[in-house]
Design a protein around this ligand. Structure first.
Ligand SMILES: [Zn+2]
Length: 422
């Protein structure tokens, strides 16, 4: 079934399109500025030149997109994505399409599977229209399966199969972790994922390239707020990135009304069947938790999440200001519409006090920095890959404006959101 899907996503493919985004306001993201009224030339999938807007007619072999009053920024990177599984109400083809329609041009798949490697390669060779994908090899959390030799076999095999990185879920005792770290060094593989032993510092120690979810940061801060500045410096020095995935937990904190859930960004683009199924799952989760918590549901469950969020927000802003590399993803789960819920995550970053510029960076350039590919994507400059997002309003002025998508440019080809969603 997976193989068939590869051929289904059948938007028209063309080898290269020469484009001019005419009269566009550029949000380059590598600096906190906006360059008003530009003509952005795109050729061979890359940004060829950026000049002041001109009314002169262009050479015939350029397709002109009228971008008066529009804003172009780098395409978004969802850095903690889960591809749909058999039980997901949204299936793979729809998942990729929604992502693209929301302006996501890069996906880091945290639940990698072998079929995703072929998908990634066909996207890279432009045989398929979908966001660029990085695939994880998910490590087993069963220590009993591990020996020095088996660790080496797992890592070198993942390397051979061309997985992009290893995802750490949980488990693995100290001896096996040492084998793993050694083997990763030898095979030039990186590890990212949940905090090792739930400890941010141990993960940094093991050389994790990123640590997922907000709890490890909060845990460390609560345990030892005095050495927190020292720890921030350590994260910067080791270049450990953080991906807090707040949106997932905010939904699970049950703080939203049903009406608010149904209004989340992108809900207008999912079918009634999906929305009904999510509401059913959600109601079951609420009543299940209520049953389990009894009288403590409001005072302990809901209130303790709110306290965690506000405690985390303070640390989050400080770490961002101090230059820790922040990534962005809403994670998976009900009412997180693929791609579109990136904006929901951005709003939570805003609530934490991050500036719009810091948020845009986390959603674009920081991802490219994380992959050490910022020389080729993640900002708008001559020579960069033309994976871009065209908006109808200024995202630096209001972060909600990232939801006002006009179209997505992928490998230098323009797709209007309407065309993608029809
Ligand atoms: Zn996840």
């Amino acid at each position: 079934m997976r193989l068939i899907l590869l051929f289904l996503f059948s938007l028209q493919l063309s080898f290269s399109q020469n484009l001019v985004l005419q009269g566009v306001n550029v949000v380059p993201v590598n600096t906190n500025t906006i360059i008003k009224g530009c003509d952005v030339f795109i050729k061979g999938g890359k940004i060829e030149k950026i000049i002041p807007a001109s009314s002169l007619p262009y050479a015939k072999n350029y397709t002109v997109v009228d971008c008066q009053n529009k804003y172009v920024m780098p395409g978004l990177a969802d850095m903690h994505a889960h591809f749909p599984d058999e039980k997901s109400p949204i299936q793979l083809q729809e998942y990729l399409k929604l992502n693209l329609a929301a302006g996501v041009t890069t996906i880091r798949s945290m639940r990698g599977e072998e079929y995703q490697l072929a998908l990634r390669d066909s996207v890279r060779s432009q045989k398929k229209v979908a966001p660029n994908i990085y695939v994880s090899y998910v490590l087993s959390d069963k220590d009993s399966l591990w020996t020095k030799d088996s660790v080496e076999k797992i890592v070198s095999n993942a390397k051979l199969k061309k997985y992009d990185f290893l995802k750490y879920l949980g488990g693995i005792n100290a001896t096996n972790m040492n084998y793993l770290v050694e083997s990763c060094k030898k095979n030039k593989m990186s590890i990212a994922g949940h905090a090792y032993n739930r400890s941010l510092l141990r993960s940094v120690d093991a050389g994790f390239t990123s640590v997922e979810h907000y709890q490890p940061v909060l845990g460390l801060y609560m345990k030892d707020s005095l050495s927190f500045n020292k720890n921030i410096a350590l994260l910067k020095e080791k270049q450990t990135a953080l991906c807090p995935t707040l949106s997932f937990y905010h939904v699970y904190s049950f703080r939203f009304t049903n009406e608010e859930l149904l209004k989340r960004n992108g809900m207008q683009h999912v079918s009634k069947k999906v929305s009904d199924e999510w509401m059913k799952e959600y109601s079951e989760a609420v009543s299940g938790t209520q049953k389990q918590m009894g009288d403590n549901f409001e005072t302990k469950y809901k209130a303790s999440y709110q306290k965690q969020f506000s405690d985390f927000n303070r640390v989050f802003k400080k770490m961002t200001d101090d230059g820790v590399l922040m990534l962005l993803s809403p994670d998976d789960g009900f009412f997180n519409v693929p791609g579109f819920s990136m904006v929901e995550e951005m709003k939570l970053y805003k609530q934490a006090g991050l500036t719009n510029y810091q948020i845009l960076k986390a959603a674009t350039l920081n991802a490219a920095v994380y992959f050490k590919e910022d020389k080729s994507w993640g900002s708008i400059a001559v020579g960069q890959k033309a994976n871009l997002l065209l908006l109808n309003a200024n995202p630096l002025e209001n972060i909600d404006n990232v939801s006002k998508v006009e179209g997505t440019i992928l490998n230098g080809k323009y797709y209007s959101q309407k065309e993608l969603l029809k």
